[in-house]
Design a protein around this ligand. Structure first.
Ligand code: ZN
Length: 504
């Protein structure tokens, strides 16, 4: 028996030593290489964010799944402004807002609000939110994520008894329309709250000829200019607006981190170009005698790529003289897309008579955008002149860039960093990066968000959450459960920071 025990001891020591070696090798790799963000499970002493993992992670993922099933189509996710599924989604969100300790109401544009007065009902309110409408064949995270994570963070404040101590009112808003799918007009919900909703839009009609006003009346709202105008918040009653959203791009994934802070939302110019040539027979007109608008369009599109790959900086008026250093410094600062092209009459045996294409130009710097739009326009006119075709360029849409508020961004940076440090194995990676002055990545949003509309009302801040492959507006849109946890936890840290203002 005694001899047997010695063998057991030796075996046990060998086993423990082997395990320790394995663990230290794993730890080495965890430090050296950014690892996929996996669930930490249990048994991390001192890991205080294990508190409320059920609310911040598990309940959020379950709710996103449930909300993702609220659709107007059996086959794909589709919730457009005031559709039956959109209204059902609003009711579901109101239930969850109530569960987080908020009183709720639906406003005259179908936005769903949940509010707690906190310790001072008349102090300027902290607004949080995102949109509950979706594109057609959507993913379940775009928009919904920002609402459901905010509800979770507020629910933790309630559970911990801090909601009524909050120094200012907290209000979550689920905006009824951001994507603009049904009425081809974006930010309907947030523009009403921000006071920039244009009453003429009440006459916009959907594919079935139903106007926004009529759709509102069908959903038991008044649908009048007055009822919508009354939604405008008094700027003095609002402290700021914070939105968490999926990145919809690949940058955070490339950084190997779940969270980033948005520095600005890019401004946009949309152009429509029409090139008119000589329509003719594909077999009978010699190449030298053609005025083919398709070739002019093709050459123009390549010129647009060249300009946007090597943009010229607007500030300082360097227009017309491309400095190489400027081009290098500004590479990536502007993005240009030709997403739509049509030819008339569009037959394989006809030289087209007209070609129409669109250009979408975005940059965080309005003056850079304008400089390069002028270069694009000039380039197209030059190509058209050379090829003997006529072209016209129309500016269809112009929106200036929005800078996020530095004060809110500082708080969001700190909150994002604290959240990532609490969640292993990021804790190791972020701590290692800290030595080099690490801060959460700062990003520019190329996509528009409700924060863009809200910026005309109040200071705005945004957090981006990594999504797999940068894919969005697709059923393939995906966010890891633990990344969602990091997002909700960051919002909680942000609010706890505001709560800490009381003691300052
Ligand atoms: Zn969105």
């Amino acid at each position: 028996m005694k001899k047997g025990c010695v063998v057991c001891y030796v075996a046990a020591i060998i086993l423990v030593t082997t395990l320790l070696q394995t663990c230290s090798v794993t730890a080495f790799f965890a430090d050296a290489v950014p690892q996929p963000f996996v669930s930490p499970g249990h048994g991390f002493p001192g890991f205080n964010s294990m508190r409320h993992r059920n609310i911040l992670r598990d309940e959020v993922t379950a709710r996103l799944k449930e909300l993702g099933n609220v659709s107007d189509s059996k086959d794909v996710l589709q919730r457009t402004f005031l559709s039956p599924a959109a209204l059902a989604a609003g009711r579901l969100l109101a239930v969850w807002m109530k569960d987080a300790g908020l009183r709720t109401w639906e406003d005259e544009l179908g936005n769903v609000h949940g509010r707690s007065d906190g310790a001072n009902a008349t102090a300027p309110a902290l607004l949080l939110g995102s949109h509950m409408d979706t594109v057609i064949d959507a993913g379940r995270y775009d928009g919904a994520l920002g609402i459901v994570t905010a509800i979770a963070a507020v629910k933790v404040l309630k559970v911990e008894g801090k909601l009524h101590q909050f120094p200012r009112p907290i209000e979550i808003i689920a905006f009824s329309d951001e994507e603009g799918i049904r009425f081809q007009t974006t930010f309907l919900g947030s523009s009403a709250v921000a006071g920039t909703f244009q009453p003429k839009h009440l006459k916009n009609v959907d594919a079935r000829g139903i106007s926004i006003g009529a759709a509102l009346r069908a959903a038991s709202h008044l649908g009048t200019t007055e009822s919508v105008s009354s939604l405008k918040y008094n700027p003095a009653s609002v402290w700021g607006y914070v939105e968490l959203h999926i990145e919809q791009g690949p940058v955070l994934e490339a950084h190997g981190l779940p969270l980033g802070v948005v520095e600005a939302i890019a401004g946009q110019t949309r152009l429509t170009v029409r090139v008119h040539g000589s329509q003719g027979h594909a077999g009978t007109v010699p190449m030298s005698m053609r005025k083919d608008p398709m070739i002019a369009a093709a050459q123009s599109i390549v010129s647009i790529e060249n300009i946007c790959t090597h943009p010229e900086k607007g500030v300082g008026g360097s227009r017309g003289a491309t400095a190489m250093s400027t081009a290098v410094n500004h590479a990536g600062a502007i993005v240009c897309t030709v997403g739509e092209i049509h030819s008339w009459p569009g037959a394989s045996n006809v030289i087209p008579g007209e070609v129409m294409f669109t250009i979408d130009v975005r940059s965080k710097d309005d003056s850079d955008r304008e400089t390069n739009v002028v270069r694009i326009e000039g380039g197209i006119h030059k190509i058209c002149r050379k090829r003997g075709v006529r072209c016209s360029i129309e500016r269809k849409h112009e929106a200036n860039a929005i800078a996020c508020a530095p004060g809110l961004n500082d708080r969001l940076h700190a909150a994002a960093q604290a959240a990532m440090k609490e969640l292993p194995p990021f804790r190791n990676n972020v701590s290692a990066l800290d030595d080099g002055g690490f801060t959460a990545p700062t990003l520019v949003s190329g996509a528009g968000h409700d924060a863009m509309a809200m910026a005309s009302l109040t200071q705005v801040g945004m957090l981006f959450l990594r999504c797999t492959g940068g894919v969005s507006h697709s059923p393939a849109e995906h966010v890891q459960d633990d990344d969602i946890w990091a997002g909700s936890l960051a919002l909680l840290h942000f609010m706890e920071g505001v709560l800490g203002d009381l003691s300052r």
